[in-house]
Design a protein around this ligand. Structure first.
Ligand code: SAH
Ligand code: SF4
Ligand code: F3S
Length: 462
């Protein structure tokens, strides 16, 4: 499918709307409620950027916000009730603050959600999708100034890419950068291809310009984002390995991370670029989903158990300090006890740093929805429990390995629970808390690890 870049004129017209709103805005506040993955978090930073350009500032909670955005996620079935419940709770504050409630993100690309909003949610004023975030200023103008009743712009998932919108990032030392959007894989359980549309990649020149700008402002770490980063394909003759090696050359950027790659697309050129780089993180996310070749086939994952293990072996051979994290779904339709044992077997063999575990959740419109032999809830939770026990044990052993070592960390900020403590991350993504002066925030320092507390490490400044 042809990828169309949103025209410069269109983006300029959105800046015109932002300026118009700014001219009469009297210091209103906004609050964005973000659910889902890092792509949604990155999209929320673009929404914040547009809102700040329009003269709004960030509110601490819903209570003092004039503009509220729900940036939603569709990956699991039960999230819908929670989101609509939360919106319902805002009725009183909405009347008091003359609040504008916006509904965005992946759920806004689902037909039945739109019907529900049209029919029963008069509280929601503006709805926009994942493909047209750039239109938010125009939609807000229609609501705020032209006083249109309900403003909807959704469902038409085309292959668009936009550039040049303002972004308000949470951190100055680390930045998420979306390199591609959408997915063509259609794993049989997954709703993402339906709500994010087909794969489309940003041009490398735009990405590199953005990262160079970030480096000039003091950013040290970039996280490259996409649903399937290693099928990044902006044009013939340029791929993900090329992008990684071009970003590797940017002065000032010291840590490069990416998520998510797909095992079936993890090619030798990418392994080779990582092995030669001093900046690219050694923690590699390799989503397994299931350890059973039969289930992987039914999932449409494009690899077998053996191919997955062989890929990990190949990566380890070229990058001996590589560490792996993964995603696993328990209880996919038809999963037998033997299939599940295969998953446990791969988990033991891979010795993962971290496992993100999910109980299979049926998504309307996906192929797995129609498959026979859906697994009863009690069996799913029993298997989930067993997987969790295995992974928790591995995490503890993994964390113990750090105690007594000296780690280079990037200081992220004050700890949320104790203002006297700084929180930082190792290059392998572990949280380290330690006492130190606030002017270390945003800098890289060395810390000696003194103890481990399952979810974080405690350190002392060297
Ligand atoms: N594109 C990424 C991840 C997308 S969603 C990838 O392919 O790795 C993040 C994770 O949610 C998936 O890796 C999968 O483990 C989980 N997931 C997706 N659909 C799910 C479903 N229907 N039920 C349970 N977990 C699901
Ligand atoms: Fe979903 Fe599969 Fe695409 Fe990941 S690769 S987003 S799991 S369809
Ligand atoms: Fe959820 Fe959409 Fe991400 S469905 S996981 S927010 S791409």
């Amino acid at each position: 499918m042809a990828v169309t870049k949103v025209s410069d004129e269109e983006i300029k017209s959105q800046y015109d709307y932002m300026n118009k709103i700014r001219s009469f805005n009297q210091g209103g506040k906004y609050f964005i409620f973000t659910l889902g993955c890092k792509l949604n978090e990155a999209d929320s930073e673009t929404m914040s950027g547009m809102l700040e350009t329009m003269g709004f500032s960030k509110a601490e909670s819903f209570d003092d916000a004039k503009i509220v955005i729900f940036n939603t996620c569709s990956i699991r079935e039960n999230a819908e009730e929670k989101v609509f419940g939360k919106i319902g709770e805002l009725k009183n504050i909405k009347d008091k603050n003359d609040m504008i409630i916006c509904f965005a993100g992946c759920m806004s690309q689902e037909e039945h959600v739109i019907q529900k909003i049209k029919k029963s949610y008069s509280l929601i004023d503006i709805v926009f999708g994942t493909h047209n975030i750039y239109k938010f200023p125009e939609l807000l103008y229609k609501k705020m100034v032209e006083k249109q009743n309900k403003v909807l712009d959704v469902l038409d998932i085309d292959g668009t890419i936009y550039e040049g919108l303002p972004v308000k990032r949470e951190s100055t030392s680390q930045a998420s950068v979306i390199i591609m959007n959408g997915c063509n894989n259609f794993c049989s359980y997954c709703i993402v291809p339906y709500v994010r549309g087909r794969e489309r990649s940003r041009q490398p020149e735009e990405i590199i310009k953005e990262i160079e700008g970030l480096a000039k402002e003091g950013c040290k770490e970039v996280l490259l984002l996409g649903q399937n980063v290693n099928s990044y394909n902006p044009r013939d003759g340029y791929n993900f390995a090329n992008l990684l090696s071009d970003i590797d050359k940017i002065d000032g950027i010291n840590i490069i991370k990416f998520t998510s790659p797909h095992p079936k697309d993890f090619k030798d050129d990418v392994i080779s670029v990582i092995s030669k780089s001093k900046k690219i993180s050694r923690v590699i996310h390799l989503p397994l989903q299931s350890g059973s070749t039969n289930i992987l086939k039914a999932m449409n994952r494009g690899y077998t158990k053996e191919q997955y293990l062989e890929l990990a072996r190949k990566i380890k051979a070229k990058i001996p300090d590589a560490l792996f994290t993964t995603d696993i779904i328990v209880g996919f339709p038809g999963e037998t006890e033997e299939d599940f044992e295969e998953t446990l077997d791969v988990v033991r063999k891979m010795n993962y740093e971290q496992v993100f575990m999910f109980i299979y959740s049926v998504r309307h419109g996906t192929r797995a929805e129609k498959m026979p032999n859906h697994i009863p809830e009690d069996v799913k939770s029993e298997r989930f429990g067993r997987l969790k026990t295995l992974c928790d044990g591995m995490t503890e052993i993994g964390m113990n390995k750090y105690v007594g070592t000296v780690q280079k960390v990037l200081v992220e900020g004050e700890s949320k629970t104790n203002k006297d403590v700084l929180t930082a991350r190792t290059t392998s993504n572990k949280i380290v808390n330690f006492e130190g002066p606030k002017d270390l925030i945003g800098k890289e320092v060395e810390v000696k690890i003194v103890s481990q507390h399952v979810w974080f490490l405690k350190g002392e400044l060297v």
